[in-house]
Structures are given as structure tokens and as C-alpha cells.
Design a protein around this ligand. Structure first.
Ligand SMILES: [Zn+2]
Length: 468
């Protein structure tokens, strides 16, 4: 295989067929069902599905077949089945649903207004994870152009990842014949430590989403008359949170949410920090003199990859500050997002949270706690030699630097499902979410030069799949 020809093909394909389509894709507010309960009626998902189907029909490899499955009341999945000449079964994965808008976009930019600036394509969902389908097909095509013999490849694209992939188990079941038993899983939905090398992800955290509501009155009353005597629902909520999290350090206090970090992941984290140095701190948009929770960078990285952590991501019962009267409000509702380490059972973790948050409620306040479907984290199996050699070799060829591996603090529910179902499968979990790319936040961007090289790397790794 000629790697410089491959890179040329990939670059030109990106310029002509991927970047323009992603620009159109960004304009469609296809929020994941959790953030758009009326998604069926609103029709944005259908719009994205149509865009993806049209594009795929135009560009898919000659002998491949496109399937769209959509069961009643469920989000669709799109599958591209590319027959191979070699033994083996490769599964490539991505998703086409998006996170919600989020505030704080720079002037002139916005979630649904694509902007191309300094070879970065800004807008929601381009990097997370709109490019995956297009880049996967580009990678395969660039190999077929050079008559590289490949095993069978199945590309699977889902539409509810950002909601925790609730529809995916159903489709894994429904399409089990098509999916078969993958030898290699390629996931293009993850992070990059920098934009200088090929990165793979070796672990992911799981996720527990929950809403916690504290009711103290049936309606709001004058705070001048009630406050002090009537306990504040906010204070009660704060008290409850302190049962699960040390308010001074942020440490999660429940043992069921912790895990013993394997030594090899500690070593890996040390290596990661030695490559990136203080970048692991500087990648965040700190306000003024704000400091991280730990001065020790290895510990800091572990806190966002292998330790549980709580974020309060939304609230109800609180009017906007500009419209807030002096009222003792009847209730406070907080949306909790608890990241849990790999290997922690989300069901047991939920039960521990339920116990801590609902038993003996202060003042017998009414506590309502609703959990979303929890997601497991994931810890990679040992990487086979051919694969680690390929990642290293092609990172050097296309980026001029050794490859890197990292533990990711985010969650990709499908990887845990696959890891459990196919314990012998190898994984390449990679992606374009490098420093500043800010998936889920404002100013999300896709670093196009990085994505092109990544596509070339992934293609080349596929070409090294062992011939049996
Ligand atoms: Zn994603």
C-alpha cells in the first residue's frame, strides 16, 4: 500500500465530500431524544437520516449494502455492510445524534451555524460525532482504490448515543446476524490528547444520570415571612449532596462508586502526563486565577478518568436571577451527572446513591429521585502486537510522532456492551476530540487537518489486519 497516495486520496475526499456535508449536517438541530422529547414530530432526525442515506448511497463501496432499521418508537440505526475478501469481521462505529446547544458560543458562532475558521469547522456535532460515518467510508474507499484486500467491514451508526444509547441493545439483538462476532472494533467517537499524533482510548468512565427534587412547601411564600422557620429546599438539597460528595475536595464518598485502579493504568497515566506536561491543565478554559482540584497532574488526570465525580448539570424551581422575587421557593430540582470509573457496576452504584440521598430526609422533606438508565464504563483488553505496532507505525508515518494512549473520562455505552459481549475483540477507540474541541460545550470544533490524518491512520491500520 502506498501511504502517500492514500493520504492524497483521503485529503481530496474530505475536501470534496466530507467537509461540505458536515457543514450541512451542523445546521440540523438533531438533538438526541433526551434533549428533544418531540424528536419524532420535529423531524430533524429524519432530516439527518435522509442526508446520511443519500450521501452513503453516493459514496459507499461498490459491493456494499446499506440498511436502515427503525423499530417503532425507537431512533434508527444505519448499517453499511462491506463484504471482504479476507477472513475476519471488523465493526466501525459512530453516531449521528447531538448534544443540546449550551450557552457561551463566541460572537458569530453557534451550535447550528457552521463556521470554518483556521481549518476548524465550528458547530454542534461535527466532531462529536458527525464525521464518523463519512470518515469510515472514506477510509475503506481509500484502501479499495489501491486494491488492498480487506476482511468484511460493518459500519454501524446509531442515533441515541448522547442519550445513553437506550435503543442500541434492541438493535444489537435485532441485527445480531449482521453484526456477527467482531474481531476488531473501531470507534471514532473519542478523544485525542493533542493534535500531534494518533491517540487511542484504553478506558472510559460510566455514567449515572439522575434528577433530585426536594419539596418543602406546596407553593412559594414571602421569604420575609417564612425564611428561617421554613427550611430552604436549596439547603436541604445541598445537605443531601454532601452525603455523596465531600464538599471541600469533590471526592465522592460512596465506596460502591470507586474502583481499585490497575497499576498498568497508573503507569499509562504517568506516561500520558509526561507527554503532555502542563497541557493537561492548560487545555481547560480557566477563569482568571482558578486552580484545579489537585496540584499533582497525574492525580488530576486520574480524577477525570478513574475516579467518580459529580456534576450538577441543570436545575428547576429556580427562576432566572433577573426575575427572582424574594420568595421562599417550594422546591428545588437538580439534574445530577455522576461519572463512574470503569468496572463499577452502575446498578449497584445507583442503589448506593438512592440510599444516601433518600434515607432520613432532613425535616421529612419530600425527596424525589429518578434515575436514567445507567451506563457502564469500559477498560480495554490487552492490545495485540499487530495492532499496537500498526498504530505506532502509522502515527509516525502520518503525524511524524509516536502514537499515544489515554484514559477517557467520558462514556460511550456501546463499547461497554461490545466489550462484555465480545471479550475477544480488539478495540481501536479513537477520535478528533482534542484540546479545545469542546464537544458538549460552546464552540465545539472539528480540527480538519487532524481528522484527515486520523482517517488515513485508521485506513492503514485496517490494511494491517492479520491475514489468517
Ligand atoms: Zn459522541
Amino acid at each position: 500500500m502506498n501511504t502517500s497516495q492514500l493520504l492524497q486520496t483521503v485529503n481530496s475526499f474530505w475536501d470534496h465530500h466530507i467537509t461540505p456535508t458536515l457543514t450541512e449536517y451542523i445546521k440540523i438541530p438533531n438533538k438526541s431524544p433526551s434533549f428533544d422529547p418531540n424528536w419524532e414530530k420535529n423531524g430533524f432526525m429524519k432530516e439527518v437520516l435522509d442526508l446520511a442515506v443519500d450521501w452513503t448511497n453516493k459514496h459507499k463501496p461498490k459491493k456494499s449494502k446499506l440498511y436502515v432499521k427503525q423499530s417503532k418508537k425507537r431512533t434508527p440505526v444505519l448499517l453499511v455492510d462491506i463484504p471482504g475478501e479476507l477472513d475476519g469481521n471488523i465493526l466501525m462505529y459512530g453516531h449521528l445524534d447531538k448534544q443540546p446547544e449550551m450557552e457561551g458560543w463566541d460572537e458569530g458562532k453557534g451550535p447550528w451555524s457552521p463556521v470554518l475558521e483556521n481549518e476548524k469547522l465550528y458547530g454542534r456535532g461535527g466532531a462529536d460525532d458527525g464525521y464518523a460515518l463519512f470518515a469510515s467510508i472514506c477510509a475503506v474507499n481509500s484502501l479499495l482504490e489501491q486494491n488492498v484486500k480487506l476482511p468484511r467491514i460493518l459500519i454501524l451508526i446509531e442515533f441515541c448515543e448522547e442519550s445513553g444509547s437506550p435503543d442500541l441493545p434492541h438493535y444489537i439483538d435485532l441485527c445480531s446476524d449482521l453484526i456477527g462476532s467482531p474481531d476488531l472494533v473501531v470507534c471514532l467517537d473519542s478523544g485525542a490528547g493533542d493534535y500531534k499524533r494518533f491517540w487511542t482510548t484504553t478506558s472510559l468512565r460510566g455514567l449515572i444520570g439522575a434528577s433530585l427534587r426536594v419539596d418543602v412547601l406546596t407553593e412559594g411564600v414571602h421569604s420575609g415571612g417564612a425564611s428561617g422557620h421554613v427550611p430552604s429546599s436549596f439547603r436541604v438539597a445541598r445537605q443531601l449532596l454532601s452525603r455523596i460528595e465531600d464538599q471541600d475536595t469533590g471526592e465522592v464518598l460512596l465506596d460502591e462508586l470507586k474502583t481499585d485502579i490497575p497499576d498498568y493504568r497508573l503507569d499509562e497515566t504517568e506516561k500520558f502526563v509526561s507527554i503532555l506536561g502542563n497541557e493537561v491543565v492548560e487545555e481547560f478554559p480557566w477563569k482568571e486565577n482558578m486552580k484545579p482540584s489537585s496540584e499533582d497532574n497525574v492525580e488530576g488526570v486520574l480524577r477525570r478518568t478513574w475516579r467518580p465525580a459529580l456534576s450538577v448539570v441543570g436545575a428547576d424551581g429556580l427562576p432566572p436571577s433577573a426575575n427572582a422575587g424574594n420568595v421562599l421557593r417550594p422546591y428545588t430540582k437538580l439534574q445530577l451527572s455522576m461519572r463512574i470509573p470503569p468496572m463499577v457496576d452502575p446498578i449497584k452504584a445507583q442503589e448506593a446513591m438512592r440510599k444516601a440521598l433518600t434515607e432520613n430526609p432532613p425535616y421529612q422533606s419530600k425527596i424525589t429521585l429518578d434515575f436514567e438508565e445507567g451506563a457502564w464504563g469500559w477498560n480495554a483488553p490487552e492490545t495485540e502486537d499487530w495492532l499496537s505496532n500498526a498504530m505506532e507505525k502509522y502515527s509516525k508515518i502520518f503525524y511524524g510522532q509516536s502514537s499515544g494512549s489515554l484514559c477517557e473520562g467520558g462514556t460511550i455505552p456501546f463499547m461497554a456492551m461490545l466489550g462484555e459481549q465480545f471479550p475477544k475483540a480488539q478495540f481501536v477507540i479513537t477520535g478528533v476530540l482534542g484540546p479545545g474541541s469542546n464537544a458538549h460545550g460552546p464552540n465545539e470544533f472539528l480540527h480538519i487537518p487532524y481528522a484527515k490524518k486520523l482517517t488515513a491512520c485508521v485506513a492503514s491500520i485496517l490494511s494491517d489486519f492479520p491475514k489468517k
